[in-house]
Write a protein that binds this ligand. Structure first.
Ligand SMILES: *Cc1c(COP(=O)(O)O)cnc(C)c1O
Length: 715
């Protein structure tokens, strides 16, 4: 009987359980209460039970066959050589995907928001598609932070510390069976790290961890928190990720065919790869740089100028001089690699922005021959942002393209939606999800079936929101009346709108609240009531973001809005998943064009919800007039307060004039025009904005050319 416990542990050790059809439901069935208290962490669940208790739980719930089936499927998937893509060309030399964060599941808190979730989804689709790829990142023992909201509506951060073994990580082993350790020199001593391995389906993810005895106290906590430290800590993290990442691959005997830098944080990887080429092949700096760049892909994510890492020269030199020596570069030549100043014929050297600094995005642009933004619009904005680095090149030829982001369908589609689509599309549809024909039969799904799906999903959300909102209110010490109102909040008949993401200022979380009297009319309309659920995190040092949370908290406690505008704390992947699965409408109102892509609205498409969004990021290319709602018409004003006022007005007008009437217009008891819009949303958007399509685009447009594969070789 202990075999069954062993099988379950082995299932938990590969994260593919979290997107297989029966993984989470199986662990939940074993012990529903522990499953919730463990934060959906199978390792914690199993650690709390001895083998006998596990065996008893399995027998009691009759799980033997399901466990065997899942274990077989997992083994087969990991061993599989099958691939929708060619495996051969990159097999011996995989893609090495570097990222500061990976958002794979709520039980592994090494992500902060969209960037991390994107990286996690990229790994999962690479695994599904059989694309040879390994990931490199950090294991943060204290994560980003755990959020709660206090009685004043102020965000509180907690940093529970977890050990890598408790999360099912195993030491990454070198050829001699030793855990890989890497060191990276700076001018004032070295930074050391050990490396852990996590299985993500067929993909291996390597996570560096600086909590080793060789480091001094400061460096032992270097990788304790994501985005937690000052500039000095940040550049040390980035040095460790880039240089240490490349050294990790070397120690593991992995020779990457392509390096993919997910955001500029990891750009130092390029310098280490160049130095290695010079040492191994006797190449000159220029030769090694050209060759490295030809095999490097860089994805930039940030149209917000302040969002790019910039380091003071002195800090950069302290950390780069040892590399500079190996590269044969003077201090000036080294600093030039990250300089936004460019020599223009006849004008000398021109500094473009503020204080002279070392910019990681500039370095990444120079380290990679293939560069892309993450939506059509973001590609254009990025070309404008960086064209000054290419003074000889006309704007439209600035070498930055775009590959629009997508989401991992099995991770973001609710089980109910997945079963529904299995019925409509056939059980193997997920394998062909990037093909428009695959989704076309949804056009024939009946109004009744689609509305049943929608209603069922919304009921799941209502339970989630009530339980959580009431529990949080109680913990904050709110009155019994408030707790009671929240525990009965929402009604499946009502139109429910959701908004959840990082509380970065440009995302304008409070745009809805420009006119509370109009909001009152919208929310409390006797015939067409509307409900709102908000969630999201502000960076611990972002007072402005925290004030936005506080404002929403205040409105949520206003008697006009109590139980009708709801703010949830504890934002994480699980909250995001519940909201994007259950809401009727997903609201996104960033200040155009600052939302590089956005992905949360793509999750809503998968669950028969509709988007109501500013024409920015992915929505600027996804919206076609029939498949959701647009706020504004894509206008941009230099004056932010003018733009915010106009967009805020447009938002209220769309909600009141389009969204509510369409939702409440019934024929034979059903909102037929609404359901038609849902169909259009799924048919026109599902195949385009998923991570399989995204990874296939990276393969075709970036990885295969970078690996020197002729496209004719790809079937
Ligand atoms: C999908 C997701 C995001 C992305 O949000 P956008 O505002 O659409 O970029 C952020 N955080 C979490 C937890 C997510 O799951």
């Amino acid at each position: 009987m202990t075999d069954i416990a062993q099988t379950l542990r082995s299932l938990a050790s590969n994260l593919s359980w979290c997107w297989s059809r029966d993984g989470a439901s199986l662990f939940r069935a074993l012990d529903p209460e522990r499953w919730e208290t463990s934060g959906h962490d199978p390792h914690a669940l199993l650690a709390g039970l001895d083998d006998e208790a596990i065996a008893a739980g399995v027998a009691r719930s009759g799980l033997e066959d399901r466990i065997a089936e899942l274990a077989n499927a997992q083994d087969a998937a990991v061993a599989s050589d099958e691939s929708a893509l060619l495996v051969g060309a990159l097999r011996a030399r995989p893609v090495a995907y570097f990222s500061m964060e990976f958002g794979l599941h709520e039980s592994l808190a090494v992500y902060s928001g969209g960037l991390g979730v994107l990286a996690g989804d990229h790994l999962k689709s690479a695994s599904d598609l059989g694309l040879p790829l390994v990931g490199l990142g950090f294991f943060y023992r204290e994560g980003y932070f755990q959020q709660s909201i206090d009685g004043e509506g102020w965000q509180q951060e907690a940093y529970p510390r977890v050990e890598p073994q408790a999360k099912g990580l195993r030491p990454a082993l070198d050829a001699s069976g030793q855990q890989v350790k890497v060191s990276v020199e700076t001018e004032k001593g070295s930074i050391h790290a050990q490396v852990w391995e996590l299985r993500v389906g067929r993909v291996r993810l390597f996570l560096l961890d600086s909590d080793v005895a060789e480091n001094d106290a400061d460096d032992r906590t270097l990788t304790a928190r994501l985005y937690g430290g000052d500039s000095r800590q940040r550049i040390r993290q980035e040095l460790l990720l880039g240089v240490g990442g490349v050294r990790t691959l070397k120690a593991l005997g992995i020779q990457p065919g392509v390096m993919h830098l997910n955001e500029g944080h990891c750009a130092f990887a390029g310098l280490e790869a160049i130095a290695r080429r010079m040492e191994d092949e006797g190449a000159s700096f220029e030769e090694a740089k050209d060759e490295t760049a030809s095999q490097t892909v860089f994805t930039t994510h940030t149209p917000v100028p302040a969002g790019h890492d910039r380091f003071p020269h002195e800090l950069a030199l302290e950390h780069l001089r040892p590399l500079g020596k190996r590269l044969g570069l003077s201090d000036d030549a080294l600093l030039a690699l990250g300089s936004e100043a460019v020599a223009v014929e006849g004008k000398g050297k021109v500094e473009f922005r503020g204080e002279p600094s070392f910019c990681m995005t500039v370095l990444a642009l120079r380290m990679a021959q293939r560069v892309n933004g993450v939506s059509f619009l973001h590609g254009r904005v990025s070309r404008q942002m960086w064209q000054q680095l290419y003074p000889e090149t006309p704007l439209h030829r600035t070498p930055i393209g775009h590959i629009t982001n997508g989401v991992h369908v099995p991770s973001w589609m609710a089980p109910r939606s997945r079963r529904f689509l299995d019925g409509v599309l056939g059980s193997d549809w997920e394998q062909f999800q990037a093909d428009p024909d695959t989704w076309a039969p949804i056009a024939e799904a009946s109004d009744e079936d689609l509305w049943d799906l929608r209603t069922g999903l919304k009921e799941g959300l209502l339970r989630f929101v009530r339980e959580r909102a009431a529990r949080e209110a109680k913990a904050r010490g709110e009155s019994a009346d408030v707790v009671k109102a929240l525990s009965r909040a929402l009604d499946p008949q009502h139109l429910v709108v959701g908004f959840a993401r990082r509380f970065a200022t440009y995302k304008r979380a409070t745009l809805l609240f420009q006119d509370l009297d109009v909001l009152d009319q919208i929310v409390n309309d006797a015939d067409k009531p509307m409900r709102f659920v908000f969630a999201g995190k502000a960076h611990p040092r972002d007072e402005g973001g925290k004030k936005l949370i506080q404002r929403i908290h205040g409105i949520a406690r206003d008697p006009r809005f109590l139980g009708k505008v709801i703010l949830l704390g504890g934002y994480d992947i699980a909250v995001g998943r519940a909201l994007t699965a259950g809401v009727d409408v997903w609201l996104n109102n960033p200040r155009r064009p600052l939302e590089a892509s956005g992905t949360s609205g793509q999750k809503v498409v998968l669950n028969a919800g509709l988007n109501c969004s500013i024409l920015d990021g992915w929505w600027a290319e996804g919206f076609d007039g029939t498949n959701g709602f647009a706020i504004g018409d894509g206008e941009v004003h230099r004056d932010h307060s003018l733009q915010d006022a106009k967009d805020g007005e447009s938002l209220l007008a769309v909600l009141r004039g389009e969204v509510a009437p369409l939702y409440y217009e019934r024929q034979e008891g059903l909102p037929k025009a609404w359901i038609e819009r849902v169909r259009r949303s799924m048919v026109t958007l599902g195949w385009r904005f998923n991570a399989d399509r995204m990874v296939l685009d990276y393969a075709r447009m970036a990885y295969l050319p970078a690996a020197g594969v002729q496209l004719a070789e790809v079937r």
